[in-house]
Design a binder for this molecule. Sequence first.
Ligand code: ADP
Ligand code: ZN
Ligand code: ZN
Length: 749
Amino acid sequence: MDKLQSGKELIFRVAIAIPVYRLFDYLAPEQFELVNIKPGIRLEVPFGNTNKIAFLVECVQHSDLDIGKLKRINRILDEHPLLSSKDLTLLHWASRYYHHPLGEVFSAAFPVALRQGKAAIIQTQKRYALTMAGRVLESELLKRTPKQKSVLEKFQAHSHSLSEAELSAWNQSWRTSVKQLLDKSVLELADAVSESSYILGGAIDFCSIIKTNTLQCNPQQQSAIVAVTASLEQFGVFLLEGVTGSGKTEVYMQIIRTVLERGLQVLVLLPEITLTPQLEERFRQRFNVSIAISHSKLTDRQRAVAWLSMQRNECSILLGTRSALFTPIPNLGLIILDEEHDSSFKQQEGFRFSARDVAVVRGKLLKIPVLLGSATPALESLHNVDNKRYRLLHLPERAGNAIEPILQLLDIRNKKIQEGLSEWLIADIRRTLEKNEQVLLFLNRRGFAPTLICHSCGWVARCGSCDANLVIHYDEGLLRCHHCGQEQRLIKQCFACKTGELTALGLGTERVEKVLAELFADKVIVRLDRDSTQRKGSLEKFLKQINQGEVDIILGTQMLAKGHHFPNVTLVAILDVDSGLFSIDFHAPEKLAQMIVQVSGRAGRAEKPGRVIMQTRQPDHPLLTTLISKGYDSFAKTALIERKEACLPPFSYQALLRVQAAEAEMAKLFLDSVVQLAEKHNKEHVQILGPVAAPMARRAGLFRYQLLFQGNRRPELHVLLDKLMPEIEKLKRAKKVRWSLDVDPVDLY
Ligand code: ADP
Ligand code: ZN
Ligand code: ZN
């Protein structure tokens, strides 16, 4: 049937992943079954001279365009929509709230393979299981074939079948032994469908959800677990605040267990790819269910499989980074966001959404709890606790026997300093190493030094395309721009005066590594930053070395601040805490305090107490003194009062319009036009601040300007943006620039 009863042609209104706000109308395809036409299905449509993937938004009987000019849908890609109606509601909401084109929002919800129109199928993997005979076979009987014996033991340790992928993850060379065991009728092929019904079908064997015993929880952990599990089938946001090592992960796992026992699925979001293997390992040790992983380092196919297996309810837990948020999960019972304060949860390009905020909306739509965890909650989240939107669960102490680290400021004014290390600190490092304990040094700047300057004429090596200095990368013999990636050879002589001697100013991790190597020649030093871990697998290799106690000194950037466990580290030093104190962005103090507490959390996690030393020339700075004497919560209270007095978020609501253009004038003129439009619509006293040049006025050859909208109430800001955005798109000047809107920006750069 291709016509409706009225005889009128049916119009498909679709969203296409291109940066325009409008939807597109197409004629129905030549042939289709009307019952299968549901919002969310993927379609292939002719667009310009090519074909594009589109998402059906609705079917209508009338188009504003001339029907004769409409093109016809090429083909329908999905028999059933892959997204549920609640998923679609969430995407529509996100598109409206972030004022981002619906097609791009839809596209972000799908893994790349499906975005490109690939079929929504999982190439099935074979699964193997023990036969009746295999289940009772004594493994000792296979002792002359040790490989077969270990395969048998592997299967006997699991109560369910194992897939090819699970076997490969366990041991690369499993195939021969498995084949031999099949021949002996110890193993048989199991069918994949029965496997998923085993996990999620009605009859669940409660003993089999978990493998290892759970820990005996302390009373605070217990009350956090009770609070969440008592309200599992209703919406609520819980903020689990606990210092590093206070047992948050244990709390997550015990709550997850209850959710799994009810036959529901769980979504766990982490800020960083590097943290997924650790958590994955803990989950796999604990849970007997299928776990899917999704992050940007996986192949398109792997991500599509993870997505589809959640969508089909074949996996129970999805562990992923922010892009996993939109994965369709039909039986979702709980969302957990670990390290909720982390700014990686905010997507900083394209569709700029906050995974935390959207997760809360998703929880509300689905009427399920959302659990946010952090040692250093975001000020917004604490504010949401104050106004009773979130419920605070507190774990004030470290779990087990671990003691909290002691924080100290080290006043380095007028002290002798060797490449960023004061004599006092060097002595302290030496004493710690003598006790066979590990030292961790934190410096948030990679490269050798941030500035190359001429000693005789003052010339500075600058990037030709950005308002930025080139950073010296000594080992590679390069000068590199950290903003646009441009590189040039490290020069020996001044470019300007041709004779002057060039000096490296400032400190980077590479430079500190060199001085450490001289000072502690017989010690093993590992540097962890984006440069040293570029090769695949190198970070994992370093982490393993550190955890096996083969490393004496760990030196690194913010990579170290996140979640890693270094049980033998007893001394942590933050080499240059002052560089964080003077940013022009109002978010900076919050980020600095979080960084200090997070880095401190790496110290003394096991039985040995840890110390944290911060080298500073600002020993009386209130941020530092409050943090040290009264802790993060006091800092946060003070910071929230300051935000309130200054009418800054979370006491007001912001959206930042950024623009880039080949000529500064074009960028500015465009924003001038936007201001004119905005003033016309602005009935509600939203402040319109700018246009001003961006803090980095030129990057990668483009000039950058910005305009900030700030409202005292969220709705008034959005009412204005609702009217404004479609008109901005139509501005003639918009064609000559690149612009983007960032709702609830986490930095103003
Ligand atoms: P967090 O996620 O807050 O950093 P973890 O859950 O990783 O904390 O716990 C830190 C360490 O303490 C882990 O080694 C964990 O096994 C242990 N731990 C957690 N809860 C308990 C408990 N109730 N009793 C003993 N050890 C615990
Ligand atoms: Zn010079
Ligand atoms: Zn540059």
